[in-house]
Design a protein around this ligand. Structure first.
Ligand code: GDP
Ligand code: MG
Length: 595
């Protein structure tokens, strides 16, 4: 055990975590030349294309220094806020971490939030300035920022280029020298922390764990404490680039177990594995049920695809336990599902995976957060969609989730960013200079306000120089109303949304304007209205047009005429018929990107 080192790499997105992992694997010869691709740990296609790590992964390296053989377990973590619970469990499996900061970007919002997670778990932190090969690198300033952040000595900060490999040997040396070996008693009752799981179509669910105490042997009967499920450890092993089976895994080490689990809901990240016969007296602390915070309706474009969509979502859920879905129906869109996501990025990823992996084209409705609605008798229900809001006369109060947000930016963008957050019902709680003209702004904000068009706005007003991170801090009372959109007097439920009373009029107006742009002229006028209850608060009209596409080829040849009609039909397919009105698919999404 004294020669084991468990560590993770934490960083703001794009600061070079995965690339640095590649260099470490290469240097320790864990992967050989022909196996090497960029970001080898990101094995989902989508991860490669987007260049982000969605699921965390682990890999074991052998490393020899001063004649001693070391086992280094690298646990790669996703850096995005939506997946922060996975980051925190991965970090809890380590004794140390590399804190990677891009030499051209400096400390960013997720650098800080991930660092706090690491410090919460008492990890040894090795600060690393990456990308020193770049012309725009300013490592000395970034060094000052890190010294300020960590209160460390500048000599403790390493510099490297994950692209060229410069500085990588020094990083390995620091991992061995500065990160403590794991502790734990191999003879004690088994206590292993689940930090990740992946779905393999041939093997079922593969569960990744770190043994804190005790030893797990192949064939042992084990149980997962929080789910209460029991399994035989059919296969055990350590994680090289491929699975490497072993007969036992002892305290301090990281491994995997395969035991015929087919459903990811049986495996909860953060759960404890112990023996059924000599169980540990308590589960590992910090276990948390991940709760979806953002909800949206997901509907097949072709209503016939409803059952296909269900089976696709079931398959997706096999390896993404944080995705939830329940059937719902919409007058406008037919049968679909209300899906729960960890956040907006998660929602986008699910939508894209449905399209790519299952060839399912879907319409997603306006997302909303989960509200707590109390009736006059004091009963609370969680409301996940506009249709679920009970009759106003029965409601005592409604609470909405608030976040604590941290934004790092340049001082010149401070004014516009504060204005933006205030307009989103936020309050500025703190401001602090990090170095020179860079500062961190802290806000309390309603989560519901950042769900729709916050990121894009933040990005554009700061010209990309703002990084953002948040965690859910509390629920607070709110004045919530249901905003309906009517087309020719008919409410389109898929366009309804829940919003704060103060925003309703301006949101209603903007939605009507946007829809006017997007709904093509048809053979009669179309009235677009926004309403709260029976009260109309905004109105636009799409004027009628009469268009006969075949008129142009009067007397022309028949096949040309037929082609034109077919083209028109195909165009129609991408529309949804709502009452008498044709609504293009993109109208359902456009409301997410209001100006
Ligand atoms: P992650 O999001 O932290 O995992 O970041 P990645 O490892 O995916 O890197 C983000 C981008 O930065 C990729 O395009 C990398 O090729 C690039 N990159 C990473 N490290 C270096 C480096 O040391 N030098 C240069 N020039 N580019 C780098
Ligand atoms: Mg990555």
């Amino acid at each position: 055990m004294k020669n084991i080192r468990n560590f993770s790499i934490i960083a703001h997105i794009d600061h070079g975590k995965s690339t640095l992992a590649d260099r470490l694997l290469e240097y320790t010869k864990t992967v050989t030349g022909h196996e090497m691709q960029n970001q080898v740990l990101d094995d989902m296609d989508l991860e490669r294309e987007r260049g982000i790590t969605i699921k965390s992964h682990a890999i074991q390296m052998d490393y020899i220094e001063d004649g001693q053989q070391y086992t280094l377990n690298l646990i790669d973590t996703p850096g995005h806020v939506d997946f922060s619970y996975e980051v925190s469990r991965a970090i809890a499996s380590c004794e140390g971490c590399l804190l990677v900061v891009d030499a051209t970007q400096g400390v960013q919002a997720q650098t800080i939030s991930n660092l706090y997670l690491a410090l919460d778990h008492d990890l040894a932190v090795i600060p690393v300035i990456n990308k020193i090969d770049m012309d725009s690198a300013h490592p000395d300033e970034v060094e000052d920022e890190i010294v300020e952040l960590l209160g460390c000595d500048p000599s403790e900060i390493l510099r490297c280029s994950a692209r060229t490999g410069e500085g990588v040997p020094e990083i390995l040396d620091a991992i061995v020298k500065r990160i403590p070996a794991p502790q734990g008693d191999p003879q004690a009752p088994l206590q292993a922390l689940i930090f990740d799981s992946v779905f393999n179509p041939f093997r079922g669910i593969i569960v990744y764990f770190k043994v804190l105490n005790g030893t797990i042997h192949k064939g042992d009967l084990v149980k997962f404490v929080n789910t209460g499920e029991q399994y035989h450890a059919d296969e055990l092993g350590v994680l090289k680039l491929k699975l490497a089976p072993r007969d036992k895994i002892s305290a301090g080490n990281v491994g995997y177990i395969i035991s015929g689990i087919k459903d990811s809901k049986e495996v909860r990240v953060g759960d404890t594995i112990t023996h059924v016969d000599n169980p540990c007296s308590e589960a590992i602390e910090g276990f948390q049920e991940v709760k979806p915070m953002v909800f949206a309706g997901v509907y097949p474009i072709d209503p016939e695809d409803f059952e296909n969509l269900r089976s696709s979502l079931e398959k997706l859920q096999l390896n993404d336990a944080s995705l939830t879905f329940t059937p719902e129906s919409s007058i406008a869109l037919g049968f679909g599902f209300r899906c729960g996501f960890l956040g907006l990025l998660h929602m986008e990823i699910v939508q894209e995976r449905l399209d790519r992996e299952f060839n399912m084209e879907v319409i997603t409705t306006v997302p909303n957060v989960s509200y707590k609605v109390y009736d006059k008798k004091g009963n609370m229900t969680e409301v996940h969609n506009p249709a679920g809001l009970p009759d106003v006369t029965t409601i005592e109060k409604i609470e909405e989730p608030y976040i604590h947000a941290s934004i790092i930016t340049l001082s010149e963008y401070m004014g516009p960013i504060i204005t933006l957050c205030l307009s989103k019902r936020g309050t500025l709680t703190n401001q602090k200079y990090i170095s020179g003209n860079r500062l961190e702004l802290s806000f309390d904000l309603p989560l519901g306000e950042i769900v729709i068009d916050f990121y894009d706005k933040l990005k554009s007003i700061s010209k990309g120089y703002a990084s953002f991170d948040y965690y859910i801090s509390s629920y607070r009372e709110s004045k919530l109303v249901k905003l309906d959109i009517l087309l020719n007097g008919k409410p389109v439920d898929a366009l309804s949304s829940l919003t704060h009373a103060d925003n309703a009029v301006s949101l209603g107006r903007r939605m009507c304007e946007k829809l006017k742009e997007l709904i093509p002229r048809q053979q009669y006028d179309i009235a677009i209205q926004a309403a709260i209850g029976a009260k109309i608060i905004a109105r636009e009209t799409v004027k009628q047009v009469r268009k006969d596409v075949t008129a142009k080829c009067y007397g022309g040849d028949v096949s040309r005429k037929r082609k034109l009609l077919e083209k028109q039909k195909a165009g129609k397919k991408r529309m949804k018929q709502i009452g008498t009105v044709q609504v293009p698919q993109k109208a359902f999404l456009a409301v997410l990107k209001l100006d």
